[in-house]
Write a protein that binds this ligand. Structure first.
Ligand code: SF4
Length: 179
C-alpha cells in the first residue's frame, strides 16, 4: 500500500502516525488545509506538522494555501454549526485534493488524520473520503476510527510529550470562539 495521509495538524497526526508505523505502513504526509484562518495560524500549524514529519523522517508534501478560494466554496454555509453542512463541504474539498495529488504521484490509498478528532463527525469524514476516491480507479480511502483502541489516550500523551501548540478552535473563522 502506498499511503498519502492528509494531515490536519500535528496534534491530530501523532498517534495516527504511530499506529500506522506499528502496522508497517509508512505514510507520506500531505498538508492541505486552506480552511485555516488567519494565515498566521495556518503557518504555525503547518510549521509544527512539517517539523514533526522531519523528526520522524517522513516525506511531507506542502499543499497550496488559498483561503479566499476555500471561503468562496463555503458561500451560504457561514452560519452552519460545527458538524453541519459546512464541515462536510470542508472535508470534501480537502480530501478531493488529497485524492487528486495521490493519483498524480502514484499513491493507491488516502486517509486523513481528521478521523482522530472526537470533535468531528466520523460519518461525514468517511462520506467525504469515499467521494474523493470515487473518480480514481484502484484508489482506496482508509476509513478508520482512530479514536478507539487506546488512540485517544496516546494522542493526549503525545501532545504533552511533544509540547504541541494548543489549538483553541477547529480552523476556519467560523469556528473561532469569541474572546
Ligand atoms: S469548523 Fe472546521 S471542519 Fe468545519 S468548516 Fe470550519 S475548519 Fe472546516
Amino acid at each position: 500500500m502506498r499511503l498519502l495521509l492528509h494531515s490536519c495538524c500535528a496534534p491530530c497526526s501523532a498517534a495516527v502516525i504511530e499506529n500506522l508505523l506499528a502496522e508497517g505502513l509508512r505514510p507520506t504526509l500531505f498538508y492541505f488545509n486552506p480552511n485555516i484562518y488567519p494565515s498566521e495560524e495556518y503557518n504555525l500549524r503547518k510549521a509544527e506538522c512539517s517539523h514533526y514529519a522531519r523528526l520522524l523522517d517522513l516525506d511531507f508534501i506542502d499543499g497550496d494555501y488559498d483561503h479566499a478560494a476555500w471561503r468562496g466554496q463555503m458561500t451560504g454555509l457561514e452560519k452552519e454549526p460545527e458538524r453541519g453542512r459546512r464541515c462536510l463541504a470542508c472535508f470534501k474539498l480537502r480530501l478531493a485534493v488529497t485524492a487528486s495529488v495521490a493519483a498524480a504521484r502514484g499513491f493507491d490509498t488516502i486517509a486523513t488524520t481528521l478521523s482522530s478528532s472526537r470533535w468531528k463527525d466520523l460519518k461525514q469524514i468517511n462520506e467525504a473520503g469515499a467521494c474523493a476516491v470515487a473518480p480514481y480507479e484502484g484508489m482506496n480511502f482508509l476509513a478508520r476510527n482512530w479514536r478507539k483502541g487506546g488512540l485517544s489516550e496516546r494522542r493526549r500523551i503525545l501532545i504533552r510529550e511533544n509540547l504541541f501548540y494548543n489549538q483553541t478552535y477547529c480552523g476556519c473563522e467560523f469556528s473561532r470562539r469569541d474572546p
